[in-house]
Design a protein around this ligand. Structure first.
Ligand code: SF4
Length: 206
């Protein structure tokens, strides 16, 4: 029986927002974290939008943009929620989609492991939202332990070439100060992550 994937939505023709070239964002449901300023909370709970499709069907649907992907070096971005909750389906997608398509995974890395095929494939990149490297702040802000995230981050720093990932480090109002940001950068560098792979940005809270 062919593998399926649960999806919440598809957003086409994105340019340089979440990966190289032209990308199509495939939003997947569910997230293990409960971040205080999550802008996707309602979206993640819209179960009436949930569709379960076979990997073949999804590839067929996304193939309308095959030429864009090929000519711009783009491809498909899996976001969410936490796309790695459906890791096996993403691995099947990687194995079945045209080899010119690149895949980007937007993740918090707070999952039990990251599949070897995703770590090893030159076609896969990661955008990692790390929240904070400070254990207490992380737990207060997300409601979850940081342990799995750190373990997976170490794997990525060890196995994945620098050009295939970057780590997003947010300034979180009411949670992180500039001192915390500097400490997080230091902690990331101590794991072997190059400063050029760290992107500091502001969470805008309304
Ligand atoms: S990791 Fe992202 S989707 Fe999940 S709760 Fe945090 S902000 Fe929301």
């Amino acid at each position: 029986m062919s593998k399926t994937i649960k999806i919440l939505g598809i957003n086409r023709h994105r340019l340089k927002t979440d990966g190289k070239g032209v990308t199509t964002l495939v939003a997947l449901p569910g997230c293990p974290l409960r971040c205080e300023y999550c802008i996707n909370k309602e979206f993640l709970q819209q179960t009436e939008r949930l569709q379960e499709v076979t990997i073949e069907k999804l590839i067929e649907k996304l193939s309308d943009d095959h030429c864009y992907f090929v000519y711009t070096g783009g491809g498909v971005t899996f976001g969410g929620g936490e796309p790695l909750l459906q890791m096996e389906s993403i691995v099947s997608f990687l194995n079945a989609c045209p080899e010119e398509w690149n895949l980007t995974i937007e993740t918090s890395l707070n999952v039990p492991y990251v599949h070897e095929s995703l770590l090893q494939s030159e076609r896969v990149s990661f955008i990692i939202d790390i929240k904070s490297m400070n254990k207490d702040i992380y737990e207060r802000y997300t409601g979850k332990s940081q342990e799995q995230t750190l373990c997976n981050l170490k794997q990525i720093a060890k196995q994945v070439a620098g050009g295939r990932y970057y780590v997003r480090l947010p300034r979180i109002p009411g949670y992180t100060t500039e001192v915390h940001i500097d400490e997080s950068v230091e902690a990331l560098c101590a794991l072997g992550i190059n400063k050029n792979n760290i992107q500091i940005f502001d969470y805008v809270v309304e």
